[in-house]
Write a protein that binds this ligand. Sequence first.
Ligand SMILES: *Cc1c(COP(=O)(O)O)cnc(C)c1O
Length: 368
Amino acid sequence: MTSCFEVFGLKKVINASGKMTALGASSVSEEVAFALKEAAQGYVEMDELIKFAGTIIASRTGAEDGCPTASASAGIAIATAATITGTNLSLIERMPQSAGLKNEVIIQKGQLVHYGANIGQMIRLGGGKVMEVGAANKVEKEHIEDTITDQTAALFYVKSHHAVQKGMQPIDVMVDLAAKYHIPLIIDAAAEQDFQHYIKMGADIVVYSGAKALAGPTSGFLCGKRNWMAACRAQYKGIGRAMKVGKESVAGLIAALQQQTSHEKTLEEQREQMSVMCEALNKLTGLACSLHMDEAGRTICRAQIKVQEEAGITAAQLQEKLEKGNPAIYLRHHYANVGLLYVDPRPLLPGDEAIIVKEITKILQEGK
Ligand SMILES: *Cc1c(COP(=O)(O)O)cnc(C)c1O
């Protein structure tokens, strides 16, 4: 099928790397695509639509209420601003200039990550003053507690594979501290699959992406306590205007949240698709392809392609040639430096894996 991007004359892209913002994140289901189209062609009272989305977010997450956003990044900025201004319109209109207000946001050093953009910048965009505590690989509870003052607006926890996984204080400690000092706890769970877990653990506000695990349109959503969600929605009269979430995105997000069964491939389907591809790749000299479960425990079965010396080309060289080709093929390449490339079956469109095999065969035959 020819995509509208090819009609524009842009290069065909095969995404075998994951939910990558740089490649357009997700390909939505028919139901979501229908909602996007219908919404684009109609009118609605936006306030009412946003409130309705909140009820759908609440029922999916188990939170009291929700708020749709343009992205998870917008969610971080809006949630931060909400903890500083509440629903006070004059304060909302002052953001992100928060001098003199309770504006400090405490984050553990190993969680001040770059996910394609710097998370600290998104907090600052919402008027937050980033208070980094501890060291990159070690944060004690005291580091956090010693930084809490009457200027503290929020505690901020990042649940992500990007963050340092050892030496950080866990969520339950953050929940206890938030309760002890009566400060809200914001959790960035942008790429997580479990939409209920962090609310259950006691977070006040949780940030999600709409286009990652949910496979919805480019969007994000916040869920949490009723008063905080009202303060988040109120930011659309302030900084939220520059991160406006459109009627199409909200409708698509609602459709994605309402889908009972995910349109994502099951583990069985992923395994079948990847083993057929591996069988073909294993016929090529110098490649060893095998199935590999996600290291973070998510339901993803990727194909691991080990590029050996006999291939006459390194994994990094193969990756570069695939990305520069037409179609441009993007494999998961975090471990290219140790000779490993991965194919993620989730974002592949029908027929993509045959093209991947064909292009890799061509490159190996041409040599370096
Ligand atoms: C992807 C990601 C974001 C940003 O999500 P967008 O919807 O692209 O803005 C924020 N935090 C973490 C941990 C992420 O992985």
